[in-house]
Design a binder for this molecule. Sequence first.
Ligand SMILES: [Fe+2]
Length: 277
Amino acid sequence: MKLTQLSPNIGAEITGIDLREPVDGETRRFLNAAVVDNVALVIRDQDFTPEQYLAAVSLFGEPMDQHFTQYALPQCPLVHEVSNRHKDKSGKRVKHGAGWHTDHTNHVRPPKNTSLYAVALPSSGGDTAVVNMRAGYDALPDDIKQKIQDMKTVNVFQGSASAQYSGQSADAQQERKPEPVLQPLVRTNPDNGKKALYFHPVKTENIVGMSAEASQALLDDLLDRSIKDEFVYRHKWRKGDMLIWDNRAAMHRAYFDYDPEEFRLLYRVLVRGEVPV
Ligand SMILES: [Fe+2]
């Protein structure tokens, strides 16, 4: 097994391991530390059934249920399809995750990791990008760090900004409306004690004590300041790639820059996290 760093700030690649085979404790710890240290980890050349993929992701923690249950594989429901062939009730293709975000912030214990596995890919494009929000936080001026230090976001299934969100689907708007969940805008990763910006621009209804408009303006400003090219790892998919990242220190987005007639299918598994602090 070999680890290669892909850029100074984010991303590493693992080659020479077949995660269908049993993994010993030392290797498991190495892989987990590689995700925390590098924020995003690519494990190349895997050949999984959905069940084998789920077992591989379980090396990083306990898989959890996901929103949009219509995308769950019937035979292995903790694995969801991310496909460009999904349509909403009006027959329009859905485009989830086209903007920077982190997953399931409206859960009290949102996922520690998100993992994707490439099953079918377009001939070009359709990348997934992950950005290091620990670096993004570190790059903020001190007065802003001070100002946002104790702020909490109010997270709902669909927040105030949903209407402006290009990834919005008609189906999503009809989903249930569970209780809002508060999350720290700056969270500390329990695995390394490092702080990172943590928010979902669309699931945030507002910041506690601020109007929805002022909250969105602040989040937009934080995105502008923290998402710098040198903090981004843009993953160009190869078949057999397993990508996993640390949601406690990352945001991610999908690119819909390929021919929609070509088929793109990934499997997705989420790993349960702790209550963010
Ligand atoms: Fe996502």
